[in-house]
Structures are given as C-alpha cells and as structure tokens.
Design a protein around this ligand. Structure first.
Ligand SMILES: [Zn+2]
Length: 579
C-alpha cells in the first residue's frame, strides 16, 4: 500500500482532529485509491476508510476534495439540529465497496458464485445463489409490475433463445457483431475493441495495439442431429419483439401506440469478460419495444411530472468540445432543445422514475454523439449509474426508427405493416427502445445498500420489497412453548412471504446476521407473546421495535413491504432505551 504525502486536516468539532490521506492499494495488479482517516482512540491511532476514490489518481484527488468539502460542511455546521441529524444518520453509514470486495461479499453470503466453481470457475458465467435468486427475481418482478402490469398499452413476451438463423442476418449481427482482440505492443496487455475502434485508440500506457484476430460475438450452436443446421444463441432480446410484432397486434387487440416487453437471457462471446457481473458472457436484458405511428408526434401520456423531471445530462455538443461537464436540465428543456421526440422523452423519464422508486437516484444521462450513433438510430441516450467504484452504464434508450421492421421485411419477404383504425391507413411503425442491464441493476442495488453501523457491522439496506428474505422469526429462548409459537408464526407467514426461522445464537447475533443479508424485519416471540398473543418486530434500518398482534402480523407486513407504510405506525412502539 502506498501513502501519498498529500494530506489535509478536516473538521475539528466534537469528533476531534482528523487526518485524511489518499492511499493507493494494489489488488491483483490493479490500482485503487481510497480516502483513509486516522483517529486517536484511547491513545491508539486507528485507520478508517472514508471513501473509495476510483482507479485514476487525478480523479481520486478531485473526489477526495469534494468529500472533504461535504465533511467539513457537516461537521462545522452552526445549526445544532443539522449536526444532530448528521450524527443520527452516521449511525448507519453507506460504505463504499469496490468490485472485488462486492464479488467476495456476494460469494460469502450466497448471492452469486462463479459458475462451476469446483472446476475453477468458467470465465464470464455466474450462478445466482439462494439469496441472489430471490433478490434478482424480486427486481425482475418489480420491473414487470412497473413497465408491463401498470401500463395499459404494454404487453409481455417470453421468446425462445434460439431463433431462425435469418434473424441475425436481418439484424446485422452476423456481419457487424464482431470484436477485435488486440495486444498492446508496449505493456503486452490484451483487450478487445469494437471493429470501428481498431486503429483509432491506443492503450492506457500509450502503446499501439496489434491485432490478434476478429471474433464473432454471437455463440454458435448446431440444431438437430442428422440434418444439422447452424444457429445462434440470441445476442439481444429485441429481435423477437420485432418478429412477433404483427402476431401480437392481431391476437392481443392492441392499437398503436403499444409496446412489447421482455426480460430474458442473452449471450455474447466476450473476448475479455471482466468486472464481476458487469461484463459476463451470459446476462439478462429487460427491454421494451414501443411501436408508434411515425406521424403521431404528440405523446398523450406526457405529464407535468415527466416534463419537470430534473436530470444530469452530458450532451453531445459538450462531449464534441472534449468537455465532460454535466448540465442540470429537465426533460422539458431537452424537448425544447429538440434533443429527442415526445415519445422518446416519455420513456426516458419513465426509466428514471423506476430507478428512483428503487432509491437509485445517482443517475446521469449521456447523449450519444453523431459519430457514435448506431446506423439505425436518430437519437440514443445512455443511462449511467454512479456506483461506489465509478460511473457505469446501467440502461439505455434508443430511437430505432423503422430500421428493424424494414430489415425483417427485406429478409422474410413478409409485410409488416398493420392497419391503424384511428387513421384508416396502413402503417409501418417506428420504435422507441428503453433497455436495462438487469445484472447491473442488481449490482447497483447491492452497492447502494451496503452500509455499516457504529460497530462496523454490515447492514444491507435493501428496499424491503426487494429484500431476499422479508422477516426472520426467533423464539427468544430454546424452550418448547416459545419454539412452538415461533414455528406457527413462521409457517403462517411463509405462505405469503419468503421468511426464515432462526432459533440459535444470542438475539444480538441473530439480528446482525439478518442485517447483513438485508432482512428488513426480525420477529421475536418472548414471554409476553405467550400471554398477549403478540410479537416484537425489530426494524433493520433504525433498530426500533414495535409490538404487533399475531393476528395482524401478515397484514402489517403486507402494508409495510408492498405499500411502503411505516411499520412503527401499525403497532405499539416499544421504548428500547429502558431495556
Ligand atoms: Zn499498454
């Protein structure tokens, strides 16, 4: 570990004098920067990590300064109330974690394992463990509820992974979906580039790249035993939505504009899978293809809340000037600036609203520059999330025009126009495509939730509707009458929620192992429970406790988990300070 001379003193309020240092750690050959703090406790100097600062030294220095500014504002505040609030919040502090630590945490708790771990893993493939599959299913279900169930004009699809090989000819994947493997002539590091990047970009060390070969991104397979034909595992989910568009229009009585949504596995033969679940060879996309009559410019669903939605935008002009500054703007202003059309604006806003509903507020929008727009798109936006280890793309939104439908018309010789009753004419619609990297959302939720309490123990502050386990049920002691009652409560709740029974260890130990995996409620059966037929519900995020009658327990959990009601208001609050 390398420590820089660079250091500065921060606030000297109640917390005493702190020294903060930027330190560089080397993990598996990669360098990472952290902001550490030294603090004198009982005559000994203790070091604590305040923030993760990224992989680049210049960025690290800037981030450190920003962090310090915030820190001194908080600790020097003259307003007693604000200071008190800060101290309260600091009881449970979000803790920056890097990607290696996150992978390690996911393995140790049963969220995510390397695929075929006993054989040393298989690069680019991952298994969701018992907690991971619950969390991932909950994310997918919430997505489905928001984008399909709650929209009158969106229907679902679950298409096959292997489709007719002509699909990929029409989509352009067979000719265009290739990567170039290169090696740096100077530092010998090998990476992959997109075909268009070759010859234009250099290695981080300044070295030139040498071509090793060109590879197909699509996985090939053979279909049938005797009359073998070559096919592909899908590289994206979108194509089935285009191919089934007309069938769905005919069978679901949908009228333009309408959308088809799907969450499904995709496969890309990445040359260099890396960064845990970020760039795997098998992954999930959640996607909507929204079909609109190109003449219908007005979006009837666009409301004030969409127009007034504030966002941070890195626009094309700013990037073309070589500048990385974000502009604060609104969807309404983007429309006025003709950066996108109304339907496109509506879906971009809806995507951000969904992220906000999961408490993922650290969102930035990046507009694609003219020369990076795909051949099919007139406007595309990346939605980036500010992970504790740096900003990365989490979703996107492209205006694909009529490109895909026209390609399939050409390849299949079928007509893809539909008759629009509203205008009494045949229409080949244009398409807006909001798309989501589902594993990347999984990672954003975990990094956002990862916190530590004042004892330094991990508390995973997942939204309760997404938490893998909703409640843990404990008998206070190992005695038959308590255990029987606890098991009755457990089996009753299990009919509706994913709950666990935890009968061993001290109550404190049982709380902390449930905090660590994000269980929002711990339910204890104690002496009073036997008399009063009630339980104590302890809340993960603030340690507060409430007494609830067993007969009301299911309804209380339903309200707090599904409807976001504060469970403290659904029972009698217990004064935990007395105990
Ligand atoms: Zn190099």
């Amino acid at each position: 570990m390398e420590r820089f001379k660079y250091s500065f003193v921060v606030g000297n309020m109640n917390l005493g004098v702190h020294m903060a240092f930027i330190v560089k750690k080397k993990i598996k050959g990669n360098e990472y920067y952290y902001l550490n703090e030294n603090k004198r406790v009982d005559g000994k100097v203790k070091t604590k990590t305040l923030a993760y600062l990224g992989k680049i030294r210049e960025d690290a220095e800037q981030k450190a300064e920003e962090f310090m500014k915030q820190f001194s504002v908080n600790t020097n505040s003259k307003n007693e109330n604000i200071r008190k609030e800060n101290i309260q919040i600091s009881k449970l502090k979000s803790f920056p974690i890097n990607i290696e630590e996150l992978a390690q945490f996911c393995k140790s708790k049963g969220f995510v394992f390397r695929s075929s771990d006993i054989y040393g893993g298989f690069s680019g493939f991952w298994d969701f463990g018992p907690l991971g599959v619950e969390l991932f299913n909950n994310i997918k279900q919430d997505w489905w509820n928001y984008f399909v169930r709650q929209n009158e004009n969106v229907v679902g699809l679950d298409a096959s992974i292997i489709s007719h090989p002509k699909t990929w000819k029409a989509s352009g994947h067979i000719t265009g979906f290739k990567d170039v493997a290169v090696v740096c002539k100077k530092c010998k590091k090998s990476v992959k580039l997109e075909l268009s990047e070759f010859g234009k970009v250099k290695c981080d060390c300044g070295g030139e790249y040498e071509k090793i070969g060109v590879f197909d991104m699509l996985f090939k397979t053979n279909v049938g035993a005797l009359d073998k034909s070559e096919a592909y595992l899908r590289g994206e989910t979108a194509q089935a939505m285009f191919m089934d568009f007309k069938l769905i229009h005919q069978t679901s009585r949908m009228k333009l504009p309408f959308g088809i949504a799907q969450i499904g596995r995709c496969f890309r033969n990445e040359i260099a899978p890396r960064d845990f679940l970020f760039r795997g060879r098998e992954f999930h996309i959640g996607e909507i293809e929204f079909f609109i009559d190109s003449d219908e410019k007005k979006c009837g669903l666009l409301e004030k809340k969409h127009l007034n939605l504030k966002l941070k935008l890195l626009d094309a002009e700013t990037q073309e000037k070589g500048n990385g500054n974000l502009n604060e703007t609104t969807i309404g202003n983007m429309l006025k600036g003709k950066k996108l059309e109304e339907w496109h604006a509506y879906w971009l806003a809806e995507q951000i609203f969904w992220f906000k509903s999961l408490n993922l507020n650290e969102i930035k929008i990046r507009e694609h520059m003219k020369d990076e727009l795909s051949h099919y798109s007139s406007a595309t936006f990346d939605i980036d999330y500010e992970y504790s280890f740096g900003s990365n793309e989490i979703a996107g939104n492209a205006n694909r025009g009529q490109y895909d439908l026209l390609q399939h018309v050409k390849e299949s010789k079928q007509k893809m126009e539909i008759f629009d009753e509203k205008t009494n004419k045949k229409v080949l619609p244009m398409v807006i495509e909001p798309t989501f990297g589902m594993e990347r959302i999984f990672l954003a939720l975990l990094t956002k939730a990862y916190s530590k309490n004042e004892k330094g123990e991990i508390v995973l502050q997942l939204p309760s509707k997404l938490a893998p386990i909703k409640a843990a049920i404990f008998p206070i002691v190992k005695k038959q009458e308590f255990e029987k009652m606890a098991r009755d409560v457990f089996f009753e709740l299990k009919k509706e929620f994913n709950v666990i029974y935890d009968g061993s260890g001290s109550i404190g130990r049982r709380y902390s192992r449930n905090d660590e995996i994000g269980t929002p409620y711990c339910i204890t059966i104690d002496g009073d429970s036997l008399k009063n037929k009630d339980v104590t519900v302890r809340i993960r995020d603030n340690g507060k406790q409430v007494r609830i009658k067993i007969k009301d327990l299911k309804e209380s959990l339903r309200k707090s988990i599904n409807e976001g009601e504060d469970i403290l208001r659904l029972g009698r609050i217990v004064d935990t300070r007395k105990k």
